[in-house]
Ligand binder design. Structure first.
Ligand SMILES: O=P(O)(O)OC[C@H]1O[C@](O)(CO)[C@@H](O)[C@@H]1O
Length: 534
């Protein structure tokens, strides 16, 4: 990755004041881009027009276009798992599905039809529980990619949800999380959906077994499982062995990565909440972003620009984190979702061919809904030595008609924070401000470094389309970065050791084995736990 990284050049860019780049009065306008319901302002990034066009040329020289075509045409770009990466197909029209998948497109389309009819039957009360009740609640059991996209989309589109059906998502294996969920449910009116691509994930299976036992204890008939349980998985055998009726299992395919799977039948709980039409609009918003991504020149291509600016901050300016700041209560889970989709995709140090990489890759992603972050970590972002680039996300229209004044204040804070992060306060400005002698000692404490780069993403309003486009925007940004970092963004081998060791620890805890290659620290912890639970 032969990016411009002569130390003197990098130093000159870091010392440059972003605010000085606005001497070019057209900067605000030229460093902004509108795509359907999204507007991206990247003018507060620490990059000049020439530097950006060099980056774009570099991306072209890296044959990024070929990589994009390879993904959309179904090449097995996930080489370590020998899989294609075709989550985009799930939101594409059927003719494109047939063009890429051939006959298998039939199965995909049939699954969409089956899913849509389940949604209608449940929402219209045609599908009822084993006691004949209409369903009032849906409990989703899944983790990681089988949970996060749903969690975000459900809260983001809460205003599009029917009042008759509450959707709950259970991911963590902590018994308290299970107890909390079940305490709000009645077995006779609860539909359960187990989502697991592999149907082997420890947390999901234990949660599913406990919920199954709860329902059997409550309803005392196996009918409950065959009538009220659905599964979404690529492992139909395991799902049926668990006891779910074969006709109630919706397939996933290995060419859909877990963290990119909300567009598949994994979206069933979302469609149940917002209806089939809104779910189609959610996919349509993403499909529009797919077309933009495939067709727009890189200089006007939102995912590519966000990816390149992220690489500029990471690999040229050496910034190690990215703060994701949604000034939108309904998007409060978005930073967590990005932690999975970005850090599980690009959190790697080996190339797609297995070579050790000599450059940095995925940034550390963190964030919180605005304005909460301002009263938490923004102090560090304004005054610590570390520069932490940020993505601000805000809707122009309030999600609720009430409290209009609140939205003005929210938006004002959002715009103010990106400006404050850029401007900062210099020593001279502080001194000028601090008129009186006695406060002069405060001067150094009030200096704010500024020069922190940021993007601001405006959504016209929170709609299924705009949220679909937002998801697809970040999916493609992450794919472009992984490609230009020459790694495989679609596997996650790094999660395996923890899973393996958790089984060894559990075996010791359950007295099934004493043999362990664990450290004396972990052995001590286990013994302390066992003593406490004697
Ligand atoms: O859908 P599954 O197979 O239960 O996996 C859940 C999650 O676990 C992971 O494999 C990580 O452990 C994620 O990639 C995946 O989304």
């Amino acid at each position: 990755m032969d990016l411009l990284n002569s130390p003197s050049f990098v130093q000159s860019v870091k010392l440059r004041r972003i605010i000085d780049l606005f001497h070019d009065e057209a900067r605000g306008q030229s460093f902004a881009l509108k795509m359907s319901q999204l507007f991206l302002d990247y003018s507060k990034q620490n990059i000049s027009p020439d530097e950006l066009s060099n980056l774009i040329t570099w991306a072209r020289d890296c044959r990024l276009n070929d990589s994009i075509d390879a993904m959309f045409s179904g090449e097995k770009i996930n080489n370590t798992e020998e899989r294609a990466v075709l989550h985009t197909l799930l939101r594409a029209p059927s003719e494109i599905k047939y063009a890429v998948l051939g006959e298998q497109a039939q199965e995909v389309l049939q699954t969409e039809v089956n899913m849509a009819s389940i949604v209608d039957d449940v929402r219209q009360g045609k599908l009822t529980s084993c006691t004949g009740q209409k369903f009032t609640d849906v409990l989703v059991i899944g983790i990681g990619g089988s949970y996060y996209g749903l969690k975000v989309a459900l809260s983001a589109l809460s205003q599009y949800q029917t009042q008759h059906l509450n959707v709950h998502v259970l991911s963590n294996v902590d018994g308290q999380a299970v107890a909390d969920k079940l305490s709000r449910l009645e077995a006779k009116s609860t539909l359960v959906i187990v989502i697991s691509k592999t149907f082997t994930t420890q947390e999901t299976l234990l949660n599913a077994h406990s919920v199954k036992q709860w329902m059997l204890d409550e309803l005392k008939t196996d009918d409950a499982i065959s009538r009220q349980w659905f599964a979404v998985s690529s492992n139909l055998t395991k799902a049926t062995q668990f006891g779910i009726n074969e006709n109630s299992i919706l397939p996933m395919w290995d060419w859909v990565g877990g963290r990119f799977s909300i567009w598949s039948a994994v979206g069933l709980p979302l469609a149940l909440a917002i209806g089939n039409q809104n779910f189609e609009k959610f996919k349509l918003g993403a499909y529009e972003m797919d077309n933009h991504f495939q067709q727009a020149d890189f200089s006007d291509n939102m995912p590519v620009l966000m990816a390149l600016l992220g690489i500029w901050n990471r690999n040229v300016l050496g910034y190690h984190s990215l703060a994701v700041l949604p000034y939108e209560h309904s998007l409060r889970a978005f930073p967590g979702y990005l932690q999975q989709i970005d850090m599980e995709s690009n959190g790697k140090s080996v190339s797609i061919d297995g070579e050790k990489l000599s450059w940095a890759t995925a940034p550390i992603i963190f964030g919180q809904e605005g304005t909460n972050g301002q009263h938490a970590f923004m102090q560090l972002m304004h005054q610590s030595e570390d520069i932490i680039p940020a993505d601000f996300i805000v809707s122009l229209k309030p999600s609720t008609k009430a409290y209009q004044e609140h939205h003005k204040v929210l938006v004002a804070n959002c715009f103010a924070q990106s400006e404050a992060l850029m401007q900062g306060v210099t020593l001279k400005q502080v001194e000028e401000e601090l008129k009186s002698e006695e406060t002069l000692s405060l001067t150094p404490h009030k200096v704010m470094k500024g020069n922190t780069p940021s993007n601001t993403l405006l959504l016209e309003s929170i709609t299924p389309e705009s949220i679909g486009a937002l998801f697809a925007l970040y999916e493609h940004k992450i794919f472009v970065q992984g490609t230009l970092w020459q790694l495989n963004p679609f596997d996650q081998w790094g999660v395996e050791l923890g899973k393996k060791l958790s089984s060894s620890v559990l075996d010791i805890i359950n007295g099934k084995s004493t043999q362990s290659h664990l450290s004396t620290s972990s052995i001590q912890l286990i013994n302390t736990f066992l003593d406490a639970n004697k």
